[in-house]
Structure formats: C-alpha cells, structure tokens
Design a protein around this ligand. Structure first.
Ligand SMILES: Nc1ncnc2c1ncn2[C@@H]1O[C@H](COP(=O)(O)OP(=O)(O)OP(=O)(O)O)[C@@H](O)[C@H]1O
Length: 339
C-alpha cells in the first residue's frame, strides 16, 4: 500500500520582472494506492500530474506532506533507505527513444540492474540471463530477437516494452505511467495500456496512471479509482466508474463534456458545464480554485475553500465518492460531437 498525505510542492520560476514567481504545483494532495490497485490522476495541462508522478517515484522532492510505503513513512528514513523503498515504485519513461542507452544492447540494459539484484538477494549469476528472458517474454517480446540488438534496431513499440521490462527488473510494487509526457503514437499507446493492465492482473503490481484523457483513465482503471486534479488540488475522486458516470464537480463535468461522442453512450443534457473564464495564475484565490471559471459559483464559493467531502447518498461503494464543491450536482454532460 502506498499513500500520500498533504503532498505540497511549490516551484519558484526564475526570469520574472519581480525576480521569480511561485507556482503552486501541488496543494495538499492525499491519495492511496492499494497493493495491486489502479489509481488514475486526471486533469488538464499544468494541474500538477507530472509533478505528483515524479514525487511518488522518488524523483522529485516535496515541501510538505508524507509518503508512506508499506507502512513506513519516508520522512523517517535516511537517504539510502529511502532510495531503497522508492525503488518499489518505478516510473515508466514514456519516451522510448531517450529512455534507453543507445550504446547498450538490450541484454546489457537488463543485465546491469538484474546483476545488482542477484547480488543483493544472493542469487547465482546464472539467474540474471534467465530472468532477462523471462521478463522480455512477460512483456510480449521474443528474447531471442531483441537481446543482442541495440535500441535503434527495434521498433518504437518494442523499445517501449523493453523500458517496461527494465522497470520490472527490481520487482516493483507499483508502476507509474505518465501519459502526459508520452511521445508515442496512438497504436503504441493502446498496446502499452493493454500491457499495463495485463501486468496488473498477472503480477499483482499496482498502477498509478497519469493522463489528461478520461477514456484512457476509464480503460486502465476500470476497477480502480479516479482522482480529478485541478490546479494542484483533488476536486473529485471515487471509483472510476462512479466518477465518470455521475460526476458532481463542475470541473469534472467540464472535462467529461470535452469527450467526443463515439458510441452514442453519452446523452446530451440542458446544462452543459463550460469553463467561463480563462485562468490567470497570478490572481490570488480566496475560495474554491475553480470558482472563477465556474458557471455555478455563488458568493460562498469565493469566500472559503471547500473541503473534500463525501457525495450525499448511500455509501455502499468500495471507495467513497468525494468532491470539493459547494454546489455538487449530477448535471448532465454534453460531449462534443466527434468530427
Ligand atoms: N521544474 C519546474 N520548475 C518550475 N516550474 C515547474 C517545474 N515543473 C513543473 N512546473 C510548473 O508546475 C505546474 C505543474 O506542472 P506539471 O508538469 O506537474 O503539470 P501537468 O499536469 O503534468 O502538465 P502537463 O500535462 O502539461 O505535463 C506547472 O505550472 C508547471 O509550469
């Protein structure tokens, strides 16, 4: 189980006339990813998704909050121990062109971390090659074909699978896939998604998925949870299906309304949610961060920030459906027509 509480991160950007401005990338984010679970974070560009993914994978520092891995708070550990714990969480680099060393064969790429693992766990050196073959088969590629080759000799899809095989060399508990930095094309994206889903089912590895595409979040996290991030804050969360089929926060509704109608599943309604005002990060917010763009705002919204609370109604679901809004309502969403 991997949890985060109150994760906060502010970047100081240089080059401003006033000598730098602060960007509050994350403002107290709480999350929990159970073992074998799937959690997706969704939100528009700049909402802090990539920052969160990098923090969870131990690649970025945070200003406040706590990450707990299998019951151990990371703040209680020394640097080396913390690194060892964060190794349980592997970020899958979604740019297979730069993620692999071009001067190393796939065998060399996998051999280095596996040899380290063999030493740490007292396994014989013969285990290294067997495991490399096993991992490549697991991600659906023929070891005989790829082991002796260099990255440039492989297709983009194969390279992406090698990147995932390399992440698996340390037997991670969780994979973090940040699709918002993805450089791969649509068909490759789909096969990576299918592979992640398969690995989750077969290995019990949990998946933290970061995307701006609600259809992707639905596919990857069909039995998991969806968190909607807006300007560094979770504004709605719950089981993926309940959030998608019954969003109550106007921001989630505006995200959903941007999905093209593909199968006639989403029906038009009368009160489409459309953000009314462009965002200006420099204006201070006193209440709800979405208030300035929200068509349902009242005075209350700009006075005090709303807390994350349970959606009213029977609470029979495995994970509570929560929202941070003074005017939550199941408004119908009008998706844009597919061109
Ligand atoms: N290293 C950095 N230095 C300064 N500001 C940063 C840095 N990294 C991110 N930011 C800022 O923090 C905010 C959140 O960025 P982040 O990349 O986490 O968002 P995102 O939701 O992943 O966006 P995208 O989908 O475009 O990747 C943005 O305003 C961004 O400009």
């Amino acid at each position: 189980m991997i949890t985060g509480t109150g994760i906060t991160k502010t970047y100081r950007q240089r080059g401003d006339v006033l000598g730098g401005r602060e960007v509050r990338a994350l403002r107290g984010v709480d999350f929990a990813v159970p073992r074998g679970g799937a959690v997706s974070f969704i939100g528009e560009s700049g909402c802090g998704k990539t920052t969160l993914g990098r923090i969870v994978a131990g690649l970025e520092t945070y200003d406040a909050g706590e990450i707990v891995i299998d019951g151990t708070p990371m703040s209680s550990l020394r640097h080396k121990q913390r690194q060892a714990e964060f190794r349980k969480i592997q970020l899958i680099h979604q740019d297979p062109y730069s993620a692999l060393n071009p001067n190393r064969t796939i065998h060399q790429t996998l051999q280095a971390p596996l040899a380290l693992r063999a030493r740490r766990t007292g396994r014989p050196s013969s285990w290294v090659d067997d495991r490399a073959e096993e991992l490549l088969s697991l991600v659906g590629i023929d070891p005989g074909y790829v082991l002796g080759r260099y990255p440039h000799q492989l297709s983009g899809g194969m390279r992406q699978r090698v990147v995932i095989a390399r992440a698996l060399t340390v037997d991670p508990e969780m994979l973090v896939a940040d699709e918002s930095v993805s450089m791969i094309d649509v068909s490759m994206r789909l096969s990576v998604l299918a592979l992640l889903k398969d690995l989750r089912e077969r290995l019990g590895v949990s998946v933290l998925f970061i995307t701006h595409d609600i259809a992707t979040a639905r596919y990857i996290g069909d039995s998991g949870e969806l968190y909607v991030l807006y300007r560094g804050q979770v504004v709605e969360r719950g089981l993926t299906e309940s959030v998608i089929s019954g969003p109550v926060h106007p921001y989630t509704q505006s995200l959903l309304s941007a999905i093209p109608v593909l199968h006639g599943l989403e029906r038009p309604g009368h009160d489409r949610v459309v953000p009314t005002e462009a965002l200006d990060e420099r204006r201070p917010d006193t209440g709800c961060l979405f208030a300035r763009r929200c068509p349902f705002r009242t005075e209350e919204c700009t006075a005090e920030p709303p807390a994350l609370v349970r959606v009213a109604g029977p609470a029979a679901e495995a994970a509570p459906h929560e929202h941070a809004c003074y005017h939550p309502a199941r408004r119908s969403v009008i998706p844009e027509e597919a061109a």
